[in-house]
Design a protein around this ligand. Structure first.
Ligand SMILES: [Zn+2]
Length: 45
């Protein structure tokens, strides 16, 4: 599950909101980012 975070108020925004409207449902900010970027670990053999 992917979670987004609002840049302004810092609250977590569900992906559903991001799909419909790229906007924070709490403060109306359009700046939403992913707090956790998926880090792919590559093990060197
Ligand atoms: Zn917000």
């Amino acid at each position: 599950m992917v979670e987004y975070k609002c840049f302004q108020c810092g609250r977590r925004v569900a992906q559903e909101y991001v799909k419909k409207r790229i906007r924070c449902p709490y403060c109306g900010s359009k700046i939403i980012y992913k707090p956790r970027t998926v880090v792919t670990k590559v093990k060197a053999r």
